[in-house]
Write a protein that binds this ligand. Structure first.
Ligand SMILES: Cc1cc2nc3c(=O)[nH]c(=O)nc-3n(C[C@H](O)[C@H](O)[C@H](O)COP(=O)(O)OP(=O)(O)OC[C@H]3O[C@@H](n4cnc5c(N)ncnc54)[C@H](O)[C@@H]3O)c2cc1C
Length: 425
């Protein structure tokens, strides 16, 4: 069970994305009534009920609600639109016969995904080509985690703020269950690259009014004191940042999921296929190794080969000596998190999708991606898994819709459609 607590000003509600069964509204000014009623209509499930002040009656009726006065001050309303009041249906749980999923890739992304689905009662088959989890990019003995301070409130910065909080909460739960994650608790000091950077960091911290327990700017002397050695210049200090063992994080999550988990290690997923509401995964001998209604690609750069085998080429084809791992990144350096688009359908309907929104795109049933985490796997993996699990379950999304759309794996396709670069085929 997840409680989504959204705290904010008037503009907070429209940023969410959720299907809601019941609303209770305490008080609203007349100015707020109309936009809020429209937002309620965007989120309402089929028989959603509302209790609200009677001052909202007109706005609610105009947005497709039938209203009944309980007394002079309060009304109840039911969503029963007689005309189309919204462009998109609010999120709905994936239509699956059984709550079974396959996750390909047992690194930070795949183990978090397994954990978040298992915690919701899903049975997960986790496939990896190595004998144990966290052997590829997630196989370093330690990784650092911290939020980022950026001069503007960029997608990467916002995602990192949200991901950082999710990761800390999740790791704390694992530690409370006696899993040692080898996490340092002394905070993390970031030394600015130049004096100008130090000033820019300090400015951004002041401008965004970050609390001290999140980040503070530090002078050269303060930084030297924290580090215990003389450092070249100041920078910023993240009291809750630090280092952690990615492999321990992966193992702890799998241990928690154990009763819902089938591990298929030493197993290469060579090909995937969708047939009659199920995803099938085949090995190198083209033997079926798993099937389920939901498939999550958490296999970093190899996700592209499974999706577009004809064009994919990664440098893992080459020969390297020693331990080698690659950071998987996209050209915009933003991760790919969410349900994958149905590219063939989108190409077929390209002319209709010229002005499309992410929610207009046709999606591939049951197929999700969590990859391209670059250098931020520790901070992004938990949130990514939480978002995908929420999408699969039809739960409120854990981040604003706009932010989720910025990391949508369909964003490149959408951009190409909008720019008319794809013509109907
Ligand atoms: C040297 C280095 C240092 C880093 N330092 C940090 C750091 O300090 N902090 C930080 O947050 N991040 C750091 N990163 C980045 C971080 O490690 C990655 O973002 C993260 O590990 C990505 O996790 P992942 O699960 O997406 O990928 P991976 O850990 O690569 O997991 C993908 C898994 O998929 C499996 N797989 C792929 N294809 C198939 C297939 N066809 N069949 C079966 N299995 C398959 C692979 O075996 C692998 O286990 C660093 C990365 C590197 C390389």
């Amino acid at each position: 069970m997840a409680l989504t607590l959204a705290i904010g000003d008037d503009d907070m509600l429209p940023k969410l994305w959720a299907r809601v069964d019941a609303f209770h509204i305490d008080a609203l000014s007349t100015n707020e009534a109309k936009p809020h009623a429209k937002t309620l209509a965007r989120f309402a499930a089929d028989d959603t009920t509302v209790t609200a002040p009677t001052s909202l009656e007109g706005a609610l009726r105009a947005s497709g609600f039938e209203c009944h006065r309980m007394d002079d001050n309060t009304l109840t309303a039911q969503f029963a639109p007689r005309w189309r009041v919204r462009r998109h249906e609010p999120p709905r749980a994936a239509d699956v016969a059984t709550r079974g999923a396959i996750v390909i890739g047992a690194g930070l992304a795949g183990c978090a995904m397994t954990s978040r689905l298992a915690s919701r009662g899903w049975r997960v088959t986790l496939i990896d080509r190595y004998a144990a989890p966290a052997r590829d990019a997630s196989g370093n003995p330690a990784g650092v985690f911290h939020p980022i301070v950026w001069p503007d409130d960029s997608v990467a910065a916002r995602l990192t703020h949200a991901g950082f909080s999710h990761a800390l909460n999740h790791w704390q739960t694992l530690e409370q269950a006696d899993h040692d994650l080898f996490r340092s608790h002394a905070g993390l000091l970031q030394i600015a690259d130049t004096e100008e950077d130090a000033v820019a960091l300090a400015d951004a911290i002041t401008r965004f009014n970050y609390p001290r327990e999140y980040v503070s700017s530090v002078s050269r002397d303060e930084a030297s004191q924290i580090a215990g050695v003389e450092v070249a210049r100041g920078g910023c200090f993240f009291p809750r940042g630090g280092a952690i063992s990615p492999a321990a994080v992966c193992e702890a999550q799998l241990a928690q999921a154990r009763e819902s988990l089938i591990r298929l290690m030493n197993t290469e997923a060579s090909r995937i296929e969708y047939c009659r509401d199920r995803w099938y995964v085949f090995d190198q001998e083209d033997k079926e190794i798993a099937s389920a209604p939901v498939l999550v690609l958490a296999n970093a750069q190899d996700a592209q080969r499974l999706l577009l085998p004809a064009v994919a080429r990664t440098s893992s084809d080459e020969t390297h000596r020693g331990r080698v791992a690659f950071r998987c990144v996209t050209s915009d350096r933003i991760p790919m998190i969410g349900q994958l688009a149905d590219e063939s359908l989108a190409r077929r309907d390209a002319s209709k999708l010229l002005g499309a929104w992410p929610l207009d795109l046709p999606r591939t049933p049951g197929l999700y991606g969590a990859f391209a985490f670059g250098s931020r796997g520790l901070v992004w993996a938990t949130l990514a898994a939480e978002l995908i699990a929420a999408q699969i379950e039809g739960e409120p999304w854990p981040i604003e819709r706009e932010l989720a759309e910025a990391i949508d794996p369909a964003r490149f396709l959408l951009r190409a459609l909008r720019h008319g670069e794809i013509t109907a085929s």
